[in-house]
Design a protein around this ligand. Structure first.
Ligand SMILES: [Zn+2]
Length: 309
């Protein structure tokens, strides 16, 4: 008997009907979670990385203009004092492009992580309610330590890329490489944009998993957290599908369906297995009655067979 209903892609439950839901329906609903995480990640990373990307583009345009002005007719590279003045100017342009961006990116990441924790908790609560046939007690979502650490690391990571970019701007380097040396410094600086994107992606994945963890804790003893692989997951993540742990526990390290490429062998608290991993955790208890194949078995089997569109 199937009494659950799907509305606008979400699973809901009808307390008047009660009854037993089947594991197929739960798996379908759980496998829609990664899409919501991905959408949140896309919006957040785009918004947070754009100011630095634009500032660096503007700085590079200004630097190239200065280069042209400082280069005497018949030369391809400024020389002597003109070169030293140009280097000081370009360094200032790069520093200005970065000013305030690290803290801003950190705050953007924290906000995105907070939204992700709410999303993870909401999804976990809905799916637990469908399985248990009763409402899930409300929780106060929190982003968790891993997400906070990912947010906190962003300014230092950006600072590192900025320092490396500035270190490329030397008289010897620019004399040898010409304008390509200038371009190389800006390419290096742009890696900081990637650091923002990666940091936010990790913060979002960690916070979403933490939201689910908090829900699982409120549901009493014996409740587990099951790994749901995103529908086009990598071989490493697919190997985790259907594995389950107690809240606060760790998944084994080093699992992969392509073990020759496995590099991370330390146990993990949950997704993200890697930056931009959108796998999810959902609460589950062997004591909850579900029709059909056991939920962990079904998740595991789906991740190991041909992926659906
Ligand atoms: Zn994953």
């Amino acid at each position: 008997m199937l009494h659950n209903q799907r509305q606008k892609g979400k699973i809901t439950f009808d307390s008047k009907l009660g009854g037993v839901v089947d594991s197929q329906t739960i798996t379908d609903a759980a496998e829609r979670h990664p899409r919501a995480i991905r959408d949140l990640e896309r919006r957040a990373t785009h918004a947070a990385s754009r100011p630095l990307a634009q500032a660096l583009t503007d700085a590079q345009t200004a630097a190239l203009r200065q280069w042209t002005l400082a280069t005497r007719p018949g030369h391809t590279t400024p020389v002597g004092d003109a070169l030293r003045t140009l280097i000081d100017h370009v360094r200032r342009l790069i520093r200005d492009a970065f000013t305030g961006r690290g803290r801003q990116a950190q705050r953007d990441a924290e906000r995105a992580a907070h939204n992700a924790a709410q999303l993870g908790a909401r999804q976990a609560a809905a799916i637990a309610a469908a399985m248990r046939g009763q409402p899930t007690p409300p929780v106060q979502p929190h982003i968790g330590e891993d997400a906070q650490a990912a947010c906190d690391h962003i300014p230092a990571a950006m600072q590192d890329e900025q320092s490396r970019a500035l270190a490329l701007l030397t008289s010897a380097g620019l004399t040898a490489m010409g304008m390509a040396g200038l371009t190389a410094a800006f390419q290096r600086a742009r890696r900081a944009v990637g650091r923002i994107t990666t940091g936010i992606a990790v913060a979002i994945g960690s916070a979403a998993a933490h939201g689910a963890r908090l829900v699982a804790r409120t549901l009493g003893t014996g409740v587990r957290l099951v790994w749901v692989a995103e529908p086009d997951a990598c071989p490493a993540c697919r190997a985790y599908a259907g594995h389950h742990i107690r809240p606060g526990g760790l998944f084994p390290g080093g699992l992969s369906l392509a073990p020759q490429r496995t590099v991370f062998t330390a146990p993990v608290p949950g997704p993200p297995r890697h930056p931009h991993c959108r796998c999810a955790l959902i609460p589950w208890s062997p004591a909850w009655r579900l029709d059909g194949m056991p939920l962990p078995t079904l998740l595991r089997r789906r991740a190991r067979t041909a992926r659906r569109s």
